[in-house]
Design a protein around this ligand. Structure first.
Ligand SMILES: [Zn+2]
Length: 280
């Protein structure tokens, strides 16, 4: 989301919204102010918080409004030069700009999970999805990370919990834990000061590394598929980039967690949940 916010932040401010349509069923989660309040509004800023995107606009008669978006896992925001067909089944939100251009929220796959909310300043302040977010993992995770993570839950789920720490997804949690040489199943409340410091450093370096790649390779109109500069995640069966031990994985219903048994788990192979369920 950081690179999406940066790229749209370079393009949108000053642009006037001609119209906004929501062909996606139930994509809009608010009704006051109404969506058409944005017609004639001018974009003023684009920001990111956690995995949420905030498109800010000044709307005549309404003042500052924020279009809050969560693209979920299959949503993409693309700034097209030409308007799309209304029959495009992937379209969730169409924001029409002058000169035939269109900022389109599309969602690939069968689920409609992406959502938007139109909020006033007061609404923004009271918005739960923002209010309950934990501190940002990048660029400056909390200095007291040991306290932030002092919860009896395994790191691989704890670090993806946006209410604990914001901005880390399934892919990058594997990269971060590998970089910090920590087991995905180590509990948050079991981290030593040294381990917490290594984890903090790994968050900054791994998320920074990904963003550097995005900066180089992601341009407007914004891609449907983003580069995934992973070294560990989903690389099971390949050699560890640090020690060349074969990387192992634990498979869950809809994702995979990859780790190095030598660097992270003192040689232990973690139980494969998928296999143990089949054997039950
Ligand atoms: Zn290794």
């Amino acid at each position: 989301m950081e690179i999406v916010a940066r790229r749209l932040g370079e393009a949108l401010p000053g642009e006037r919204i001609e119209s906004i349509l929501t062909p996606g069923i139930n994509v809009l989660k608010t009704f006051d102010p109404p969506l058409h309040a944005l017609e004639g509004a001018t974009f003023s800023d684009v920001r990111r918080r956690g995995k949420l995107l905030l498109l800010e606009a000044d709307a005549p008669g309404h003042g500052p409004l924020t279009l809050l978006m969560h693209l979920m896992s299959a949503g993409r925001l693309i700034l097209y030069d030409k308007r799309g067909s209304l029959r495009d089944k992937t379209s969730r939100v169409l924001i029409r700009l002058p000169g035939e251009r269109e900022l389109r929220l599309r969602e690939f796959g069968t689920k409609q999970a992406a959502w938007i909310k139109l909020l006033t300043l007061d609404g923004l302040e009271a918005e739960d999805s923002l209010r309950t977010l934990g501190p940002e993992a990048w660029p400056d995770p909390p200095a007291s990370l040991e306290e932030t993570l002092a919860v009896p839950r395994p790191l691989h789920s704890l670090l993806r919990d946006q209410q604990v720490i914001a901005g880390i997804g399934r892919t990058w949690v594997d990269e971060i834990l590998h970089c910090a040489k920590l087991s995905p199943f180590k509990r948050g409340d079991d981290l030593s000061a040294r381990e917490a410091a290594a984890l903090r450093k790994a968050m900054i370096s791994e998320l920074g590394r990904v963003l550097d790649v995005y900066e180089e390779r992601v341009a407007l109109p914004l891609p449907e598929k983003f580069p995934k500069p992973t070294r560990v995640h989903a690389h099971q069966g390949e050699p560890c980039p640090r020690c060349e031990t074969v990387l192992e994985a634990v498979f869950y219903e809809d994702y995979v967690m990859t780790y190095c048994p030598h660097c992270q788990t003192e040689g232990r192979i973690l139980k494969d949940r998928r296999l143990s369920r089949l054997l039950k």
